[in-house]
Ligand binder design. Sequence first.
Ligand code: FAD
Length: 485
Amino acid sequence: MIPSSVLQKISSIVGKNNYLDSQEDKIVYSYDGTQLLKQLPEAIVIPQSKEQISQILKLANEENFAVVPRGSGSGLSGGSIPVENSIVMLMTQWNKILEIDSENLTVLVEPGVITSQLHSAVEKIGLFYPPDPGSMNICTLGGNVAENSGGLRGLKYGVTKNYVLGMEVVLPNGEIIFSGGKSVKDVAGYNLKDFFIGSEGTLGVFTKILLKLIPKPETSKTMLAFFQSRHDAAETVSEIIAAHIIPATVEFLDRTTIKCVEEYTHLGLPLDVESLLLIEVDGRHSIVEEDAIKVAELCKKHKCTDLKIAQSETEALKLKSARRTAFSALARVRPTTILEDVTVPRSEIAPMLERIDTIARNHDVTFGNFGHAGDGNLHPTCLTDERDKSEIHRAEAAFEQIFDESIKFGGTITGEHGTGLAKKKFLEKLAGAPAVEMMRSIKQAIDPNAVLNPGKIFSVKPRCEGTLPRSREEIKKFEELGVFT
Ligand SMILES: Cc1cc2nc3c(=O)[nH]c(=O)nc-3n(C[C@H](O)[C@H](O)[C@H](O)COP(=O)(O)OP(=O)(O)OC[C@H]3O[C@@H](n4cnc5c(N)ncnc54)[C@H](O)[C@@H]3O)c2cc1C
């Protein structure tokens, strides 16, 4: 428990109006998109300046409490879930677009700007910010940078890290730095800016983010292709890329997901198909027309049973909603939805999906699958009920096997959602003990008292102890005792 005298000091830093501690507020900020993980914070603060953030972090070091930065709480790995003895630092009110620089093609934003709001603002003036997570209408750019989020346009345009040019960060000790800048080239010293991307709120609180923009593509063409076999769909994707066409988007849905989406949206999707591909090509008018014709031919060559090509922007949005609503559509089916994001090399998508089916059958659990077929990022989604302990146990065992299989296929346990709390126990299997130890040493060097979002990605230290464990064996011992943050 944080002593009330300390909570009073915290409240006086941000002011009473920006300090919440009612039970209702604590419940609201006790979870994120990962439905099984929850922990109440001791208070929630809405800082009004970077100086206030700095003062709170300095106080956290003096008084031994933890600070958990939070954007919209849409994360899917538990990154913004409070830990023991913690306060939540809510960044959603930091929502200003500070400067669009059309000459240098950059935009300076506060971290609480909603991703799709940045899209609208820059597209109005012919510019483009490509990262588009499925959650883009609710998630913040601060959350995107902290998770290095991907999206539907990742295949052609990359992920968040490809667009971050710089950022202002309040470090765990309260110091404030700006790393990076508008210069296209800058190799002075260690590349600290990249170091904070994907740090999941554990190394600093972002207060400004400088992003790269590109010219908005002239036009785009969106289509939905339906297949009787997943193998045919996978072959189509491989052949599109082998034909040197890089679509902005190649997404897939499996039979279960198609059924749930149709029940939810009534888009008129066929229910007798195994797989659906959402494909979007973009760029200059002449090239897009050519690419769209070639893609359509390849879909037909691989036995696509039906092909819908959008004839207008409205129709394109309608077709895209088949993919964008996948998570919400699956989430309606059972009380609890566990969504993961294992990622394999593109060539291994079809065999990996076969393995997921077998694992689900063996554990007697229901999975819907969808994801980013272009970059091998799959979202196996278990439809379950957290009140049924035996089913949850089977779901967890199934996911453990799915992570193992993904590693065997040369893939990873998370392609875009982050490690957080949900996957920290699998990180060592993927990265190896020396790599995790190196990550822990970096955290320890920057945040020796483990005040900033401790216990995410990997365990750091028992909060009751003054000293950090020195060896892997010591860390394991603390983990077994369950006293590790
Ligand atoms: C329906 C749905 C679809 C999704 N689709 C995608 C997708 O396509 N691709 C994808 O990558 N993800 C996706 N996500 C996951 C999620 O939306 C992203 O991880 C997103 O970036 C989280 O943003 P947020 O503002 O909600 O952050 P939060 O969940 O609040 O926080 C996420 C992490 O960021 C840290 N953080 C937040 N703000 C700051 C800050 N200012 N400074 C430092 N750290 C900070 C937090 O501590 C936490 O570790 C989806 C989620 C949902 C619910």
